[in-house]
Design a protein around this ligand. Structure first.
Ligand code: NAI
Length: 712
């Protein structure tokens, strides 16, 4: 698994090559082996130098998360990392030069192992990334990253890498001082050997050692006590609080590791890191984030919901109907994935405008050095902007994104199907119209499906795949193949009003509007939303989607469902704002004023239309309501079969509307305290605020039998 070879010069090459895995990872076995091999290399007189590398395309992808989560004992976790620390310390202090030859990415634990070498040379591999992304999964680098990186490149330069988990390309890692050299791919081992041979010639007094073990070592850019560093740490602290509202333990603990660890020597620092690491791994936030963002998202991306037995569909040509905001975005991601795109609109000017969207994106990327003129040209050449439906012939799938109008959608469905092959798929990107109804316009409803993309399509990785009553399993499987080909993440839901994401998302904004109607101060409502961990307060979000749209959907639903429909208290607020002409951001006025060139401000007129109650609730009470209202609606979606897995519920919530990642998703939120505790919360909230909080039967039965959404 780590192959060893000692050459005539006494250079021991330790080459990682874990069997049955596409990537090398740090797990129980590989760590044990690493520790043993370090002992041997340090003690074997025949070994004069160590070269560590990988036989796989990448170096080491990081720690194995399943291994991390297999214990809830802080002592066990502490001892595990201390063992790795001792081995890496031995490696860097044993007096023998150590070089790391990195053919590809070194991330997380992989980069941390590499940092224990005296010399790091990487291949000039465009795919390779270097970084410590642990924070993005609610963790902190526990293999020495919080101690070695700032000691190597300075505290100020290390903080953003540690706190944001940014990944650098080889050239940038070289510039940052993380790598010593970048060479042509395939030459990295030879370059490392050449460096080792030189280092072996050095006199004993000049033996190579880590900067932090050298006499008189000073942290580059200043120690913790230096005024500039103090300032940087204070700024980082403030920024973390502003961004996370104290909801995420990982970045706070990373800052503590750097601050407390760099006041001491490296060995004490590593112990400090190990303590914070164990504490962070065991936090409910890390557990929730790893489950949803790593395991569940990984399953969704691998198409866990794909019906078996359907041959994989390869895509060559897609049609997009409607070159507006969504159609233009869909055309771009499809062309980027290498597909031929026919982009159809009513007039050539409209179609061209849709294609120009791709051009504008590419120009921005070119300015940032992210796309070459050749790449841009090739991508644009794949998009044909036209008014001619006949050009759709030969498309494997057509995605419809025309105005949200049933009759129009029916007309374009028939027009497209007239030229499509019988097995082509027709997908609608509708956000509100049930798929079953739209499929009535189709001559082959089993090939009809909903593919609900999110705006802006090029930045939002989620697709909500909506299965209609008549949609066939083969159509679902082949549609999922398209989502994968586009590099996006699918969730699969059954057809119902608002599907899943729009339905539950709307409960958040409507609860905020209900609070306004109760006389709760607007600023308090907005702060509660942010403290709950949502990306924007409910009033600001309503302005983004517009009160007009919320009101329109409310009226349409009332028309469709008649007496059976009960709106929410927030709907009256949206209707009132529409009456006042304050429909939202696009009109320049809503719950906020949007002064030109200035920052938005809450509209002072709200006080007149929604008079402030004398007694104001505490913010925690509002946070509870704003989260519970989404969680209970998600349980309802499970009960009604709109959703079939907790995985899709939680992945869809985080990717689709920014449900707080540290909560793991609405169903992880229910599981956190258990279904019985959540049931009690719903009953209490329902008694106080109304039936929208009333516990669904599914919740009651799960609570009665002690069941959870995850793991029984
Ligand atoms: P849009 O108004 O920006 O674009 C619609 C386009 O359809 C326009 O370019 C229009 O000229 C074109 N069109 C109208 N009649 C046509 C015809 N007969 N043939 C070809 N093209 C025709 O609308 P947007 O925002 O792109 O929405 C499109 C669809 O996507 C709607 O169903 C909407 O509900 C849905 N959607 C919108 C989201 C959003 O955030 N805007 C998010 C998810 C779905």
């Amino acid at each position: 698994m780590i192959n060893v070879n000692i050459d005539a010069d006494g250079i021991a090459t330790l080459s990682w090559d874990m069997a049955d895995r596409s990537q090398n990872v740090l797990n129980a076995e590989s760590c044990q082996m690493l520790c043993d091999l370090v002992d041997e290399a340090a003690e074997d007189g025949a070994v004069k130098a160590v070269l560590m590398t990988s036989a796989k395309p990448d170096f080491i992808a990081g720690g194995d998360l399943e291994w991390l989560l297999d214990t809830s004992d802080a002592g066990v976790l502490f001892e595990r990392v201390m063992r790795l620390h001792r081995a890496l310390r031995k490696l860097e202090t044993c007096g023998k030069p150590v070089a790391m030859a990195l053919p590809g990415s070194a991330l997380g634990g992989g980069l941390e192992v590499a940092l224990a070498g005296h010399y790091r040379v990487a291949a000039d591999n465009p795919e390779a990334c270097f970084g410590l992304p642990e924070v993005t999964l609610g963790l902190l680098p526990g293999g020495g990253g919080t101690q070695r990186l700032p000691r190597l490149i300075g505290i100020q330069k290390a903080l953003p890498l540690l706190l944001e988990g940014k990944r650098l390309k080889a050239a940038d890692a070289l510039k940052a001082g993380i790598l010593h050299a970048v060479v042509a791919p395939g030459g990295e081992q030879e370059a490392a050997r050449a460096w080792l041979r030189d280092a072996m010639l050095a006199a004993p007094s000049e033996r190579v050692q880590q900067p932090w073990d050298a006499k008189g070592y000073k942290v580059p850019g200043g120690a913790v006590a230096a005024p500039a560093v103090q300032q940087a740490i204070m700024a980082a602290n403030a920024m973390v609080h502003a961004k996370t509202w104290g909801n995420y333990p990982a970045p706070m603990n990373i800052l503590s590791c750097v601050y407390e660890g760099l006041i001491t020597d490296i060995d004490t620092g590593l112990m400090t890191e190990a303590r914070y690491f164990a504490q962070t791994v065991l936090s409910p936030e890390a557990k929730a984030m790893i489950r949803t963002l790593f395991f569940s998202m990984g399953e969704a991306k691998k198409l866990a919901a794909r019906p078996a037995g359907v041959p994989q569909q390869k895509y060559a040509k897609v049609g997009v109907l409607g070159a507006g905001m969504m159609g233009a975005g869909i055309a771009y991601v499809a062309a980027k994935a290498g597909l031929q795109v026919v982009l159809v609109d009513r007039s050539q000017a409209d179609a061209d405008k849709g294609k120009a969207y791709s051009q504008a994106l590419l120009e921005k990327q070119a300015a940032r050095g992210q796309a070459t003129p050749q790449q841009a040209e090739a991508l644009l050449a794949r998009i044909t902007a036209t008014t001619d439906y006949a050009l759709l012939a030969g498309s494997d799938i057509v995605i419809e994104a025309v105005f949200e109008d049933r009759a129009l959608k029916a007309a374009v469905t028939a027009q497209a199907e007239a030229v499509l092959a019988p097995d082509a798929i027709f997908a609608s990107n509708t956000s509100t119209l049930p798929i079953g109804g739209l499929a009535e316009a189709s001559a082959r409803p089993s090939n009809f499906i909903g593919l609900h993309f999110f705006s802006p399509v090029d930045r939002m990785p989620l697709v909500e795949v909506v299965v209609g009553k008549q949609t066939s399993a083969a159509t679902l499987a082949r549609s999922l193949d398209l989502v994968k080909a586009l590099g996006m993440t699918p969730i699969v839901v059954n057809d119902a009003r608002g599907f899943y994401t729009s339905r539950v998302f709307s409960t958040y904004v409507l609860e905020g509007l209900a609070m306004l109607a109760e006389g709760i101060a607007p600023a308090l409502i907005e702060n509660a939303g942010l403290q709950a961990g949502m990306p924007l307060g409910p009033l600001a979000l309503t302005d983004e989607v517009s009160s007009e749209l919320i009101d329109k959907i409310d009226r349409q639903t009332r028309r469709d469902l008649g007496e059976a429909y009960r709106g929410r208290p927030g709907h009256a607020v949206a209707a009132r704002m529409v009456q006042l002409g304050r429909i939202g951001k696009k009109a320049g006025q809503g719950y906020y004023d949007y002064p030109e060139g200035g920052r938005k401000r809450l509209w002072p007129g709200l006080a007149e239309h929604f008079p402030r109650a004398a007694a104001q609730p505490g913010v925690a009470e509002l946070v509870e309501r704003l989260i519970a209202v989404q969680a209970v609606e998600t349980v309802r979606c499970m009960e009604e079969g709109v959703l079939t897995t907790a995985r899709d519920a939680d992945v869809g919530a985080i990717l689709g509307w920014g449900f707080p990642a540290f909560r793991g998703g609405p169903l992880s939120e229910v599981d956190k305290d258990g279904t019985a505790a959540f049931l009690a919360r719903c009953e209490r909230l329902a008694a106080r605020h109304g039936e929208r909080f009333a516990p669904p039967a599914l919740l009651c039965s799960m609570a009665a039998s002690g069941k959870k959404f995850y793991g029984g």
